[in-house]
Design a protein around this ligand. Sequence first.
Ligand code: ZN
Length: 376
Amino acid sequence: MSTRTGRGGWQDDHLRVASLRVSEPESIAGLCRHRPDPERQVEVIGYYDETPPGGRKSNPYHPFVWCCHCGKPTHWKGYVIRDSEDDLFIIGAQNCGRDHYGVHFEEAERAFNQQLRRQRALQRWDYVQLQIPIVTSRIDLALHSDELRQIDEARQAFKAASSDCYRQIVRHIQGRIPLKRRLSERDYDAENKRRRQFERSIVAFNAFSADERRALRRDGLAPVEDHDPMFREWTEDYGQIEGGEFLIEEDDLRSRLLKVKSAISAIEAVAKLGTANVQTTKLSRLVADFRKALEDVFSRNIGLGFDSFFFATENVARLAKWADGFDHFGIEASDKGLVVIDRARRRTNIPRFEAAAFPIADELNAIAREIELLAS
Ligand SMILES: [Zn+2]
């Protein structure tokens, strides 16, 4: 048949417009109503599913569809088949095909399911082709946007200001680790208490006779005053850093935007030659990679939406208190953002920027959602 390809299926262009699912199967033009000759070759060319919403439980009297094998209405689901003499039949989906035609029917069923899968893959593929121009222009806009430039500049400035401070903060953000600081101070109360105890034991010691005191001294039991300073230690917890995802370089928004571009390049390289000789699994994988890349832009972008909180007064105060615990860097609030101070007391201003969430991310995510819907 002219519409078949070497892969044993329909040509893609035919498959794109073919209605593989039929409704009202008993009304198909030219449908034969006799029992088919089981010796003939058979091909599945469509399917039907007349299952009413709610299934059998809610629809005990919903009429079944006639089946050429059973010779009466017995199923809600089944196949449209054509035999080697071009006779058309409908047959129930459970075991009727195999019962009637034997194992050959399973091959026909498998071939048809491959066509179904390919048709869905082509629908997603074609949808993606339509979206590529708009996605490409959005990505290019984002890559050259002021927002992305500000993110890059703030990160570079932070890194250059104090690489150690930068590394520690990134570690806290990535691990969602609260900022804590170990503090200690001289514990005079404890030292006074210790001295009073010593004084009491001296009084007790002096109450012994000279001989007894000598014996106690010899056995190391005479009181000795301890003059070592005593310290009180505690931990202050300043809570988690708010925002600051822009500081994370690994897998950042720029690289995620570039990943969308490379997913598009991979698709375009295949699209240029046409889909005819491309495996269904490859088409699906290219589309899935593209969809994933769009979702990744969206998820990273949600984090960036919180970045203005990083420069909020409370958050900067938290960072400053935590940084006080280090002697080789410090953080101070400034009216422009925050200041990082390095070991040599060099001050670098990290300018505050407004929430850098890109509105395009929602648009990209909507396209990802649409691809997902087409896949189901
Ligand atoms: Zn049947």
